[in-house]
Write a protein that binds this ligand. Structure first.
Ligand code: SIN
Ligand code: FE
Length: 267
């Protein structure tokens, strides 16, 4: 995890209107930089926009596009070794307060977990995320960080079951997932669930609390760093995917670690 304590993101005056939980239909608004499409927003397209007025939907997507571009320049400048290999995935705006939110245990991100995407398989690629706390009242975003991935994988590895042959291809074929869910994706989803479901583990595993101040940016391989978001409101996030062969130390990827434990190829 890399913390840039004073790297803020400038919000324009007309974008202040988006700082309400009610702009999201669910917990996040998502943005696909490749298509410019917004998802999960409760903001309606303006029927007609008078001269001098701002279309709220256009303004929201412009804010996310600007953040996405800034995050892209940042990782390009910081990680020249990954040059041309980082793939830009979705961005999100997270306007909901995390503390006290009612959800199922599986969606409860206040429990320590590693990130794994149920609907968009990564097929072994790393998940690198840039987060910026844009809380306008100056409130921190509070996380917990758990034990190293090797320890998580050793602890839960025995409980992870290989998926049935062809089940991953079938999920892709019927459109439940975007593309084939590899054995790696299936095992990472189980690991995410086993961590969150284990209440004693959540309480007793070695962990550190960390507060990210408003106006700070942090960059995390969230598929490897065990994390939980405990409190905070208003955050921007951009996801990148990195092929394992673009890493300087591929043997430290969750893919290679799980392959060593399971003693077989997983993608
Ligand atoms: C998560 O990835 O678990 C949530 C991170 C956050 O929203 O701070
Ligand atoms: Fe997460």
């Amino acid at each position: 995890m890399l913390l840039l304590p004073e790297l803020a993101f400038d919000i324009r005056w007309e974008e202040k209107a988006h700082f309400s939980p009610s702009i999201a239909a669910a917990k996040n608004v998502s943005f696909d930089p490749a298509t410019g499409r917004l998802g999960g927003t409760a903001v309606k397209k303006a029927q007609s926009v008078q001269t001098g007025e701002v279309d709220p939907l256009a303004s929201l997507s412009a804010m996310l596009r600007r953040f996405s571009a800034a995050a892209g320049s940042l990782v390009e400048a910081l990680f020249p070794a990954y040059n041309g290999r980082l793939q830009t995935a979705r961005a999100s705006f997270r306007p909901a307060e995390i503390a006290g939110r009612k959800t199922t245990w599986r969606h409860d991100d206040t429990r320590l977990h590693i990130d794994s995407f149920p609907a968009t398989p990564v097929q072994g690629r790393r998940i690198l995320r840039v987060f910026t706390n844009v809380n306008p009242e100056g409130r921190s975003r509070s996380w917990r960080i758990g034990e190293p991935f090797e320890d998580v994988a050793q602890r839960f590895g025995g409980q992870l079951r290989m998926p049935l042959p062809f089940s991953g291809a079938l999920l892709g074929f019927v459109g439940i997932t975007r593309g084939r869910r590899s054995a790696y994706d299936a095992l990472m989803l189980q690991l995410h669930d086993r961590m969150k479901a284990d209440v004693a583990y959540q309480k007793n595993t070695p962990q550190t609390s960390i507060d990210f101040p408003a106006g700070s940016t942090w960059i995390v391989f969230t598929d490897r760093v065990s994390h939980a978001a405990m409190a905070g409101q208003y955050q921007l996030e951009q996801t990148f995917l990195l092929p394992v062969d673009a890493m300087l130390q591929p043997e430290r990827s969750p893919l290679r670690i799980l392959e060593r434990i399971k003693q077989r190829p997983l993608v």
